[in-house]
Design a protein around this ligand. Sequence first.
Ligand SMILES: *[C@@H]1O[C@H](CO)[C@@H](O)[C@H](O)[C@H]1NC(C)=O
Ligand SMILES: *[C@@H]1O[C@H](CO)[C@@H](O)[C@H](O)[C@H]1NC(C)=O
Ligand SMILES: *[C@@H]1O[C@H](CO)[C@@H](O)[C@H](O)[C@H]1NC(C)=O
Length: 159
Amino acid sequence: ISCKFEFTNTVCKSFDKEFADFRYCYLKSVNRSYKYMSFRLDLYKPPITKIKFNLIIFKRVNGYRPFMYNITVDGCRWLGSIDSNPFMAFLYGIFKGYTNMNHTCPYDHDMWIEKLPISVINHHLTKVLPVPEGDYLLEYYFRANDVDLGLIKVKGTVS
Ligand SMILES: *[C@@H]1O[C@H](CO)[C@@H](O)[C@H](O)[C@H]1NC(C)=O
Ligand SMILES: *[C@@H]1O[C@H](CO)[C@@H](O)[C@H](O)[C@H]1NC(C)=O
Ligand SMILES: *[C@@H]1O[C@H](CO)[C@@H](O)[C@H](O)[C@H]1NC(C)=O
């Protein structure tokens, strides 16, 4: 199986800018082989003691349709036992070396994923869990301390 992942777009949106806002959120192509994604969420009302997120993965088939996953997770509980959900453990495995969100609650600091290389994502999508070809959209809605806080959307293509 030869398989390649390309990011096509990423969007980060804060729903409550007095609570938290994205300082940056971007994809960068340094050259043909080195591309990465970074974002940083500044936190204005720490600490976060409750996190809930909803992750939906869509696949494009005449428009984007929900595909495989639409899951809601109690983030603080999950961070205490990451391997309890194999798919979430797979996703965490992709970015755990590139983030400061690698511990359980509370969070009293800005949160970031920094320079997550596309090659790492490729490795996971080809060697760890081969994914069928297609255009995908991942939507990650998150709530903290019972406030709807934001959305991260990532589009990509597996070919
Ligand atoms: C791409 O950029 C990285 C980081 O600057 C560098 O290490 C690598 O050699 C470059 N690759 C090519 C093909 O130019
Ligand atoms: C995902 O699941 C949630 C909770 O069950 C539901 O409210 C939402 O409409 C679903 N989203 C999609 C795109 O299916
Ligand atoms: C969590 O991430 C920070 C920042 O990258 C790092 O300094 C720390 O060693 C990591 N902790 C664990 C348990 O991996």
